[in-house]
Design a protein. Structure first.
Lengths: 392, 392
């Protein structure tokens, strides 16, 4: 067989649900020659990475580090470490990733009670209170930013509520970290996981996690071993924590990447970053509405970083996305699960949340919609977005 | 807190047990801007990567791909997919990584029978035959290249033997793939895992795995779900296989890396690569012996790519390695487990298996040993190695 040639992918603007484009400084950091994973200089890099990660998570949790795998492994890490066979868990699902929580909690041996919410809606804290009263679970798991629907679940009061019932709160922040406000300590979240390829502007490959002292106590109090050796927090803690005991070989280049990504986040400042995401979302939203598109998530609960809109009746999902990709190099996401074929998902995450992304995707969408036969007022999307930028 | 500065690690020559240095072309490939993980161009890259991986594994197995995590996750993948609660497993351990197989098989619910061999020795096939006769296990697991001792386990006949008893053979090839001969199909291996950061000359972060049709049949015949969702081969198969069904977000940059690493391996040719590793090992071995160092692995079973030698009596392990690191920028490995403080492990893996590594580490070792008070004949190591290169 002849070998494939040199890597020459076409340039893309990644405005889907993730990965988002990595910041150019992050890509450059990854060319740094390797250190050994037990080299004193690499241990220092690990310490710096953990300290910055704590700042970005807004936590003092000592057990804070990136798991050496992608975001879903972060989900699995949180669940398998806190759940033993037969433990009760309540899982709130309002979309595709909530369903994944249900599936993984079940495989960890949990006795799972599922709370269902209509896709695009969010949970009311009173519903959750009633269920906690009824079930008294060890763990409640919920998605902060549901990537499949673009819905933004309020969780500010949820930790306090869970702790009234002695329940640990696990939160999926895969799509919120680095994009919208997240306060691990102030909101009393117990086990939180995220990813590297969205709000942090890095390639996929790492899953930042953080465990509260309550979660650590539950971990220490286990009667059985964690079913996964690779994801066992008590073992990984000895590696990322003080002992630096060998557990696995850290993915050196990806750690270089996230260290640079976190530096960029903190240089900008978290509040400024959240504001930026909100501002670009407002402009995009004004434009999308002007193009006649409707959000799948309920008003008031729409994520700035993930804008999911219904595809107009009669238009073909895949054909539209193909035009965007081939003619503009823009990737947006299709629908998942219940929304397959029915929604487009436009991400403005991390490095890609910027006016140039907004204006280009609106101009491109207008052209694509028009080509596909939709009635669109010429220039309406771009004009509406511009107005937001100019007059606020 | 002030932020950490730009990444500026000291240059290193990584001659430990891994990571080994990544090939410069691999680091360059990682700077390629991201594609989306469902982009048609990325799907093509996945196909190319799988096809090259099959060639490097010497297999036609369709279920062949890199797991999105480090080598140990590859180990866990093989075991949790093939083992259900109560299944019998025989694990052969002759070092640290054999012990890890025991631990992970146990967490997967196996009824584990452990075969122990003295560290540095290897198993005789007749011992294994007797145990298979006695236990009739579903799975037998063994390490091909035991990184903790430098011992090279013969496995050529083992697959055939296992299949006489209806047993599946799981092999840890973390330190052999890309360094020494490995014939997945010809040797009838059923589930094999490796890593990216040794013989393939990439950064750590991926775990190539391959499953035979026998292993796939066992997977399809399971009565219970695989305990890990992230590592469930039947789900990952739908992503890396024909359907391209979304499972997790592939670590794009690491896939770019391994694609380039595999291209380099195949450009060189596998036989040429194995010969290169052997030749550089012979030179290093001559030099180490001339310096008075003794291998921990038995004669005739010493790995070319991982040379573990006893530290001379009275010399301090850490002090010696620190001198090598600080004065020469060379990393070698210390001992693990039973050999902690007693052995140095010198890797000549992938890109780093070359005469310049051999000559430099011998010259540096001579100086370090002399500084530490050992009696070493000046120039003896370098001279002995040179002789091998010059006269073969």
């Amino acid at each position: 067989m002849s070998l494939p040639g040199q890597l020459t992918p076409s340039p893309r603007l990644l405005l889907g649900p993730g990965p988002s484009d990595a910041h150019p400084r992050v890509l450059t950091a990854m060319t740094t020659p390797l250190l050994g994973h037990l080299d004193p200089q690499f241990l220092q890099i690990m310490t710096e990475t953990q300290e910055m990660l704590r700042q970005v998570f807004r936590t003092k949790n000592r057990l804070t580090f990136p798991v050496s795998a992608t975001g879903t492994a972060g989900m699995e890490t949180c669940l398998v470490n806190l759940i033993e066979h037969g433990d009760k868990a309540v899982v709130c699902t309002m979309g595709y990733f909530g369903n994944r929580l249900v599936e993984i909690a079940g495989r960890a041996g949990a006795d799972v009670t599922v709370m269902q919410q209509t896709w695009g809606q969010v949970f009311d804290i009173n519903q959750i209170r009633e269920k906690l009263k009824e079930v008294r679970p060890k763990v409640l798991a919920i998605v902060h930013a549901e990537t499949s629907t673009g819905a933004w679940q309020p969780i500010e009061q949820l930790g306090k509520l869970c702790h009234e019932f002695g329940t640990l709160l696990v939160v999926d922040c895969v799509t919120s970290l680095g994009c919208t406000q997240l306060e691990v300590d102030a909101w009393e979240l117990d086990a939180v996981f995220s990813c590297s390829q969205k709000g942090l502007g890095c390639p996929p490959g790492l899953a930042p996690v953080t465990f509260s002292e309550r979660a650590i106590a539950a971990l220490k109090g286990r009667k059985t071993k964690v079913q996964s050796w690779y994801l066992d927090m008590s073992l990984i803690e000895s590696y990322w924590g003080g002992d630096r005991a060998y557990h696995h070989t850290a993915p050196i280049s990806m750690v270089y990447a996230i260290r640079e990504g976190l530096r960029i986040v903190l240089e900008e400042g978290l509040e400024a970053r959240w504001d930026r995401h909100l501002k670009n979302h407002k402009a995009l939203k004004a434009g999308l509405l002007a193009l006649g598109l409707k959000y799948t998530a309920a008003e008031g609960h729409q994520l700035p970083q993930l804008n999911a809109v219904r595809i107009p009746d009669g238009l073909d999902d895949a054909a539209g996305r193909k035009l965007l990709l081939n003619e503009f190099g823009i990737e947006i996401g299709g629908g998942l699960g219940d929304l397959k074929g029915k929604a487009w998902r436009i991400g403005l995450m991390g490095y890609n949340s910027k006016p140039s992304s907004v204006m280009l995707v609106l101009a491109a969408l207008e052209q694509v919609l028009t080509k596909m036969g939709a009635k669109v007022e010429p220039g309406a999307g771009v004009a509406a977005a511009s107005k937001v930028y100019v007059s606020g």
